[in-house]
Design a protein around this ligand. Structure first.
Ligand SMILES: [Zn+2]
Length: 187
């Protein structure tokens, strides 16, 4: 994961308490004004690891098994795609070199890279909505994005995945060019 950008804010009104929250891609740490640099360092490290633990707890239940993944796809299809995307198979697969996920519309099957097991649930949801939408519209045209953008955190999730790919120097895209050769239907 990328080192998050951290902004430290000191407040004269704060006496003892330290707190932290995520603001987009940035993490804001609130400290009492009189704290020393040394204490600041310790607290920032401490708050970052606490925040990371709580974000880890928010990972998707779909990470547990293929069955849980299938169930999540059903929920997302019902909620964002009028229940029209009905995959015949959804499963976790070993990390793929260039993709987070892929689908084969002709078979209505979806494969999700195990690299995504530990991302926040809302990021995995985006990936699933994206692949489910390919069961309705192959390719990445305007019709396709109209469906996908019904999922409200689409832009944020795309940004998250780009950051993740860049941080790990993976060069992974969602399912673009490489897929053409394998799935002529154009997932
Ligand atoms: Zn796609």
């Amino acid at each position: 994961m990328a080192e998050p950008q951290v902004e430290v804010r000191r407040s004269k009104r704060r006496r003892q308490t330290v707190s932290a929250y995520r603001d987009g891609d940035k993490i804001v740490v609130l400290l009492p004004a009189r704290m020393s640099r040394e204490e600041e360092k310790r607290w920032v490290a401490d708050m970052l690891s606490r925040l990371q633990r709580s974000e880890t707890r928010r990972r998707s239940p779909a990470r547990e098994s293929d069955e849980a993944l299938v169930e999540r796809c059903g929920e997302l299809s019902a909620k964002y795609l009028d229940g029209r995307a009905q995959p015949r198979g959804v499963r976790w697969v070993p990390p793929m070199r260039t993709r987070w996920a892929s689908c084969t519309p002709s078979e209505a099957t979806i494969r999700v890279s195990q690299r995504l097991r530990d991302v926040p649930g809302w990021v995995l949801d985006y990936v699933l909505v994206h692949e489910l939408a390919h069961l309705l519209v192959p390719g990445h045209g305007a019709d396709f994005w109209k469906w996908v953008r019904r999922y409200p955190r689409t832009e944020r999730a795309i940004g998250y995945l780009e950051g993740l790919s860049a941080a790990a120097q993976l060069g992974i895209g969602l399912d673009d060019d490489a897929e053409e050769a394998e799935a002529p239907a154009g997932c």
